[in-house]
Design a protein around this ligand. Sequence first.
Ligand SMILES: *Cc1c(COP(=O)(O)O)cnc(C)c1O
Length: 359
Amino acid sequence: MPRPIRARISLAALRHNLGVARRYAGQARVWAVVKANAYGHGLLRAAPAFTGADGYALLDIDEAVRLREAGYAQPILLLEGFFSFEDLPLLAEYRLTTVVHAMWQVEMLEASALPVAIPVLLKLNSGLNRLGFEAGEFRDAVQRLQRCRAVAGITLMTHFADADGSRGIASQLERFQAARSGLKLPVTMANSAALLRFPEIWARDPDAWVRPGIMLYGCSPFADKSAAELGLQPAMTLTSEIIGIQQLKPGDEVGYGGAFRAEKTMRVGTVACGYADGYPRHAPTGSPVLVAGKLTTSVGRVSMDMLGVDLTALPDAGVGSLVTLWGEGLDVDAVARHAGTVGYELLCALAPRVPVVEI
Ligand SMILES: *Cc1c(COP(=O)(O)O)cnc(C)c1O
């Protein structure tokens, strides 16, 4: 029998969540962000659930090619753009759309003699200071790309730093609007948080594109609002089973480093799931875990292949009991919070050794 750990991926949940994004998007078009192997869900597994989107957005040219070769005819966007001059013929061959975030990319497009022109998203750095043009160079880049034979069309883009946080998007939005004033070109700005929080900015603009990622997978981009409150459904459920039971006396320790010490008599189950499966090693004792549908907590340090759970109050649980690490019935965002991270990181880190089942 194989090790009992499984990740179940619900295509119905992915489809449902895209529907939620669509409702918020109104007339705006939707890039389904499928970077990082569709946030750990599997690019080609998730892609069919997103055929209702207007395009796919990811980072890796290899992944873009795989998607195209699998028969997806929609626009496919490279969110970090191309990386070298040698990439350009591939972009033309596979009809990829690219971000252009720096002048060296403009120069390469100008120097290329591509057989097909490439659609471009020109990125303004409006304050995130990661990728993008400064406002002073942005206009110049627009003009050069408008004259460039290798470019098929230009959309103006920016990305927000704190769409989920207290500062919101106001100052970045203002810089973006100033940089594009007078330019009659389509725009794309919103990630999941901006789409959910400020939908009115794009919903009446059929020339706008939004770029939801995390919400498609059933996670909340907000610390103070759960995925369920947003009407999102978890797409990945990570389950395993109890494979061992230990009876503890007061003073007994659990796991490496003796990081947990029992103060009373306890019953602890050992779950076949560890950090080599993608469960966060930083999740401390007390992190939420479901055993046979009942909420309990982790015990001791997470090891490579196993972790402990408190079964003291669950006398019916034993070897073979189903354990849910996150997903249906247990919000991945709650587990992530205990581990000091975000749902994004947990989903993306699902390890290749975990068998995946589509439901
Ligand atoms: C990842 C990413 C998104 C999607 O962000 P979410 O927070 O997952 O919705 C949108 N735009 C860009 C440029 C990204 O890199």
